[in-house]
Design a protein around this ligand. Structure first.
Ligand code: NAP
Length: 318
């Protein structure tokens, strides 16, 4: 029986584990098949406090993992498969409207674990274009986070893909450092808010390319050019670029959380103070946060969820 099972091993999950273990709570981290989350796919991280020269994403995650293990967290390198978050009927008879069935049952692979509380920190993955050459260049010119990586493109030429608020924001962030930003969108109008569109249109070094899509990312060691297809005509041209920023949305990793309330885009709904709709189940990081999506905010959410879990467990023990 664990006091806390944490699902996910990115900055949110591992920070939560550091806090729960230091609070003497028996903690299991279900790390996933590929532990560490999105930072395992990045290179230099320059905006995580405490590292004046920056730190490689995988090194930062290894440090967090070692710190959690040092304090006694058990880390299981396999994927969460399902959890029983069933609630009992409420006193007024509403099915699944009352207290959660205790203990929670959690499965990783075929194996069952039991927990008094759970922290969901399973993150979100950037949606990628899935065109040839893209995956291999992630961290070598292909990125999904301008806030993280814009500084590497000072006086460079970049292309941003997407038509939502994220694409507008990424373009604006990049326009402050890059010489030229091309914003490419598959339709002839953006879905972003008008104010963000206006800011983009008023920025002299952002060029907009509608009705177009990237069909291939090319380059030897890093990104050198992209192939662009004009959708109505089918004509394909090449554009030399140093960076490709893909801003076409994120996919929260919540498919397997039956019984946990999600919003219309699949993010976990936060009831209050990092509680979900199920008492004893907490949430941290990109799996609920679509606004910031930074390693440091995820870590912060991880500590908050852990403190809430600790307080909740202490109340149950009284
Ligand atoms: P989004 O609003 O879902 O927009 C995704 C964009 O990517 C759409 O324009 C879509 O094209 C395009 N797209 C999707 N799949 C594609 C593909 N395979 N190839 C090419 N293009 C593709 O996502 P988001 O921009 O990340 O925003 C998510 C939410 O966060 C929104 O509610 C947004 O308002 C909010 N947000 C707000 C701010 C802000 O207020 N500062 C900043 C960022 C995000 P179509 O339009 O053709 O579907």
């Amino acid at each position: 029986m664990y006091d806390v099972v944490i699902i996910g091993s990115g900055p949110a999950g591992l920070t939560a584990a550091i806090y729960t273990t230091r609070a003497n709570l028996k903690t299991l981290v279900i790390a996933g098949d590929r532990w560490g989350g999105q930072l395992m796919l990045t290179s230099l991280v320059e905006n995580y406090p405490g590292f004046p020269e920056g730190i490689q994403g995988p090194d930062l995650m290894m440090n967090m993992r070692k710190q959690a293990e040092h304090h006694g967290a058990e880390i299981l390198d396999s994927a969460f498969t399902k959890g029983d978050f069933t609630r009992l009927p409420s006193p007024d008879g509403e099915a699944n409207g009352g207290q959660a069935k205790q203990p929670f049952k959690i499965w990783a692979g075929e194996k069952e674990y039991q927990a008094k509380s759970v922290i969901i920190a399973s993150g979100a993955d950037a949606r990628w274009l899935n065109v040839p050459g893209e995956k291999e260049k992630i961290g070598r010119g292909v990125s999904s986070c301008a806030t993280c990586d814009a500084a590497f493109f000072r006086k460079k030429v970049v292309i941003v893909v997407g038509g939502g608020d994220s694409a507008m924001e990424e373009s604006l962030v990049l326009s402050r450092v890059a010489t030229q930003v091309t914003l490419i969108h598959r339709r002839d109008s953006f879905r972003a808010s008008q104010i963000m569109q206006d800011r983009v249109k008023e920025t002299p070094n952002i060029k907009i390319l509608f009705n177009s899509e990237i069909t291939e990312v090319q380059g030897e060691m890093k990104v050198e050019k992209v192939k662009i297809k004009n959708i109505p005509s089918g004509e394909v041209t090449e554009m030399p670029v140093d960076g490709v920023f893909v801003a076409i949305g994120h996919i929260p990793n919540t498919k397997v959380f039956e019984g946990i309330d999600l919003d219309e885009q699949g993010y976990v709904k936060v009831a209050n103070h990092y509680h979900t709709n199920v008492e004893g189940v907490f949430v941290a990081g990109d799996v609920h946060d679509r606004a910031y999506r930074q390693a440091v905010t995820a870590a912060g959410f991880g500590s908050a969820a852990a403190l809430e879990a600790e307080r909740w467990l202490a109340k149950q023990a009284k």
